[in-house]
Design a protein around this ligand. Structure first.
Ligand code: IPM
Ligand code: MG
Length: 366
């Protein structure tokens, strides 16, 4: 089997540090398989690209991504580039690549690892056994809607963004959620603001129709986003698959990540096009960048998602997930999940090393 080609965008801030550990996990898999399973090629994206090329994404970087079998991304952005004109800010590269690759479905699982239950700010009885999947629409909605911009209207400075969803956009992401639900506990919660926003009134209607027509075996319920934000804290176990719009998904997944203890733990997969993109849901964390303390587990778990969703390598994906669980059970903690007096505080590289050791051990047991 030919080696899978992975386009790697380390990005900005802690991105390069966490991506390095995840790429090293891929090398470990090749090593235990005794053959080269992956070929990686790196390119700049975001602020790192701007600093060199004066644009956050070059045509070459985009081409590399399009021609790869999968894309691994760290994070983009940072205060250094916040002063730039909107069009060349690092975030434009991320949104641009999602759009260019047609990645309309963003899967963000929030799973609580048993050894981390006490790292959650919520009480143990609330978070035990949490395993939910947010399907966030990723190439539409207010993130991309036109008209947009800041301009003078009747002599008044005015900022405009447009929430817009078409029926086909809603149908396709709803199907992704229903299909996932069929492999889980056949339960979908669609989250909207149908009582105020017409675009999401349509959202609710279309999701309901797709559900009734194509997935009568899946139990569908609808929830308003403000209520959902509250329910995620009050009783998170009521959720299994959540499907929602781009903006609501952005917000709710940051919230969901804290249920699991740290945003440094949550991976994501962006699917829908030919090439899948995998990235941690956390940002570039400029405050801790370069210090070697960032948690690499979200990026390492993103690689596990890549193996599962892009390459159908379920055994290898399971080793990685299990390796992470073991390392946590053995007490290793990066600073974001460390609690005074419990476990061993380690940096980014050591956490990566521990995971790779565990992967090696697990692979020998097969
Ligand atoms: C995310 C991030 C991005 C988003 C930013 C960096 C543009 O917050 O992936 O959740 O809003 O989609
Ligand atoms: Mg976000």
């Amino acid at each position: 089997m030919a080696a899978k080609r992975i386009c790697v965008f380390p990005g900005d801030g802690v991105g390069p540090e966490v991506v390095r550990e995840a790429v090293a996990v891929l090398r470990t898999l090749s090593e235990v398989a005794g053959r080269r399973m992956f070929e990686t090629e790196e390119a700049l994206l975001g602020g790192a690209s701007y600093d060199v090329h004066a644009v956050p994404m070059t045509p070459r970087a985009l081409k590399l991504a399009k021609e790869a079998d999968a894309v691994l991304l760290g994070a983009v952005g940072g205060p250094k580039w916040d002063v730039l004109p909107f069009a060349v800010r690092p975030e434009r590269a991320l949104l641009g690549i999602r759009k260019e690759l047609g990645l309309f479905a963003n899967l963000r699982p929030a799973v609580v690892f048993a050894p981390l239950i006490d790292a959650s700010p919520l009480r143990r009885e609330l978070v035990e056994g949490i395993d939910l999947m947010v399907v966030r629409e990723l190439t539409g909605g207010i993130y991309f809607g036109e008209p947009r911009g800041v301009r003078m209207i009747d002599g008044v400075e005015t900022g405009i963004n447009t929430e817009i969803y078409t029926r086909p956009e809603i149908e396709r992401v709803a199907r992704v959620a229903f299909e996932l639900a069929r492999k889980r506990s056949r339960k979908v919660t669609s989250v909207d603001k149908a009582n105020v926003l017409e675009a999401t009134e349509l959202w609710r209607k279309v999701v309901a129709e797709v559900g009734a027509k194509e997935y009568p075996d899946v139990v569908l319920s609808h929830m308003l986003v403000d209520n959902c934000a509250m329910q995620l804290i009050r009783w998170p176990r009521q959720f299994d698959v959540i499907v929602t719009t781009n903006l609501f998904g952005d917000i709710l997944t940051d919230e969901a990540s804290m249920i699991t203890g740290s945003i440094g733990m949550l991976p994501s997969a962006s699917l829908g096009g030919k090439v899948g993109l995998y990235e941690p849901i956390h940002g570039s964390a400029p405050d801790i960048a370069g210090k070697g303390v960032a948690n690499p587990l979200a990026t390492i778990l993103s690689v596990a998602m890549m193996l599962k969703y892009s390459f159908d390598m379920t055994a290898e994906a399971a080793w990685i997930e299990e390796a992470v669980e073991r390392v946590l059970a053995d007490g290793y903690r990066t600073v974001d999940i460390y609690r005074e007096g419990e476990g061993k505080k380690v940096g980014t590289t050591e956490m990566g090393d521990r995971v790779r050791d565990a992967v090696r051990k697990l692979s020998q047991k097969r």
